[in-house]
Write a protein that binds this ligand. Sequence first.
Ligand code: RBF
Length: 155
Amino acid sequence: MPKVIEGHLNAEGRRFAIVAARFNSIFADQLVGGAVDSLVRHGANDDDITVVRCPGSFELPQVAARVADSLAVDAIICLGVLIRGATPHFDYIAAEAAKGIGALGTEGDIPVAFGVITCDTLEQAIERSGSKAGNKGCEAALAAIEMVNLYHDLH
Ligand code: RBF
């Protein structure tokens, strides 16, 4: 049998920051609720979860970088909702968010989860923020829990 190293899903005693964009807040708030619920149901303490709000998904990497420097947390969960409009703006913001959040996770010491949904339609946003396609905030929180434990085991 090969040796397998993988993080488990126990969030007990871990500290998390959720950095969430306010844009498209009907959906963004649902992602925040899903992420908090997921963390608490996996053992995290309410007091160990800090939610930081920023204007839009473009700002997520900027804020998350400062959160990584200033708050003593084990992982950061970035949440945002991008809905495609008539202009290419969506693509610029999505690229900046993905690149910046990815770089922070690669270059920093703690895992940074990418819970930004990129939707072509309002219906897709509804589906991904707590209906047919689940809640992507929940899924990002699970990824963060797993990564915290994985990094712990890899030490
Ligand atoms: N932020 C989002 O999180 N989701 C969006 O769908 C979104 N669409 C935008 C569309 C336009 C035309 C503009 C100007 C901004 C949009 N933003 C969106 C906000 C963006 O992430 C950022 O907060 C602002 O550009 C200010 O830096």
